[in-house]
Ligand binder design. Sequence first.
Ligand code: DX5
Ligand code: ZN
Length: 230
Amino acid sequence: MRIQIAPSLLAADFTHLAREVARAEAAGADMLHCDVMDGVYVPNISFGFPVIRQIAKITSLPLDVHMMTSCPGRYIDVLAEIGASIVTVHSDAVEPDELGHTLSKIREAGMTPALALRPPCPAEEILPYADILGMVLVMTVEPGFGGQKFMADMMPKVREVRQILDRVNPTCAIEVDGGIGEATVAEAAEAGANVFVVGTASFRAPDMKEAVSSIREKAEIAFRHGRQIE
Ligand code: DX5
Ligand code: ZN
């Protein structure tokens, strides 16, 4: 299972977005994490589709779009059109009877469907959809803001998600998002996460390339270690 680092553009310098995207590429990012917030699902508003469309034009990195909006199903067509690769929707942002349909629609539109669990949402919420998911996002902060403290108490949930996926969908990725950096990545990787959203600790590091390499190395060692323990 490949370790992937996804710098979060929320921590980038928005006055020089093209330069920031180039900096992430040069640092060895595997994809770019784009946080879309609507001020309803989370108490903050970030950026939306016109910005992502422009970013897609200047990079070949896959765009990992984290939808922190209500009714994310409304935006699947536009996300496909502007060049999103992964579309993550929150389990509690969609009516339970529509969630399976929303995830299938994301796949039918040619993108990877991912399901996000905010801190109070248990691992079992993925069960009905585990076989169609390309990724599960376990939030390690309450969504809405960058620069928050990593919640180590989410690690049992990462382990549970990995156990479920090992049974039904072993190639499915697990992403963690919130407070990930040099000091926290190993814990998350050892628990079974393999995709790491890194905002503050990448874009705001003194040397982004050094930070991304070091975070990746720590993740690789800890992920392997975690798999051997089980
Ligand atoms: C928070 C966002 C994150 C955020 C992470 O709701 O989903 O992607 O940018 O930022 P850091 O890495 O600074 O915690
Ligand atoms: Zn995010």
